[in-house]
Design a protein around this ligand. Structure first.
Ligand code: NAP
Length: 261
């Protein structure tokens, strides 16, 4: 299919927005947030089994994908092919699927895609601060905690935080995190992402939480972010919707739309 040219949201009328995964927990919150925003208009609610053609038929300029890891890459490919900007919160993206999307976007005319592992402003700040702190501490570990219905582990936020810490350590010339463990038959030390140990907790009552612990000689520095309610993600979702058309190509991380130095 030939990519349509990118729609340019006009400032004189509301931007037309579709939500994919509209019946889900995040999708329902996003529908409410879009409906409450004066500069946006919710034109389509898409659930599992609905035809994506309804997004184009509704004239959506931007689609928000809050579905499941097994569906999101195909959804976004369809949106790009149909000239619709995408703001994606669904996790489960791999380096391979991101590369495939980059290639697809190279042939698209001015289409923007934002993939945000975490829309909470504080979580984005924590990732940035973690990259800075990583330069100064020998030890760094991540504990991510989510509700019991989360499908993937570790979380996308934890993966991106680990990558940020790894970048910080590399800049400072730090080697591997010190760890004398010789025997760990049950995986008690957790997953290792980019050389950083990540521990995933799944617990009823939680929403999305992350603790990053740094250790140096005689001291500990802890960064913590808590999303107590899915409403905490909505300012970031709306920022993404408002900015995506102005950022053609692929942006990974909401910090790409924020001025964090
Ligand atoms: P959820 O409650 O399970 O909602 C997912 C919804 O997507 C369900 O209604 C599901 O329908 C629907 N769905 C499945 N396949 C679909 C398809 N092909 N097209 C349209 N809809 C489809 O999950 P959630 O808690 O809202 O989370 C959604 C995603 O956002 C997850 O990947 C989660 O990790 C991520 N998330 C991201 C952030 C962030 O800040 N980036 C924050 C929280 C969560 P069925 O119920 O029929 O399967």
């Amino acid at each position: 299919m030939t990519p349509a040219s990118a729609p340019t949201p006009s400032s004189s009328r509301p931007t037309r927005v579709a939500v994919l995964g509209a019946a889900g927990r995040m999708g329902a919150a996003a529908c409410r947030a879009v409906e409450d925003a004066g500069d946006l208009e919710l034109v389509a609610r898409i659930g599992r089994g609905d035809e994506l053609s309804a997004v184009a038929e509704a004239g959506a300029e931007v689609a928000i994908d809050l579905t499941v890891p097994s569906a999101t890459a195909d959804n976004v490919a369809w949106l790009v092919e149909n000239g619709i900007h995408a703001v994606v919160g669904t996790t489960g993206w791999t380096e391979e699927s991101l590369q495939d999307l980059r290639e697809r976007l190279a042939g698209a005319d001015g289409i923007g895609v934002l993939i945000a592992p975490n829309f909470a402003i504080g979580a984005v700040l924590a990732m940035r601060f973690a990259e800075i702190a990583a330069r100064y501490y020998d030890s760094a570990e991540i504990i991510e905690m989510h509700h019991e219905n989360k499908l993937d582990a570790p979380s996308g936020t934890a993966r991106h935080t680990a990558a940020a810490i790894a970048r910080g350590r590399a800049e400072a010339g730090l080697g591997p995190v010190p760890d004398a463990t010789e025997k760990d038959p049950d995986g008690a030390r957790g997953a290792v992402v980019d050389g950083i140990h990540v521990h995933a907790v799944r617990q009823r009552g939680l929403v999305a939480h992350e603790v990053v612990q740094f250790g140096g000689v005689g001291e500990q520095f802890v960064l913590r972010h808590d999303s107590f309610d899915r409403i905490s993600f909505m300012p970031g979702v709306l920022l993404g919707v408002r900015e995506v058309a102005a950022h053609p190509g692929l942006t990974v991380g909401l910090d790409g739309y924020m001025d964090l130095g």
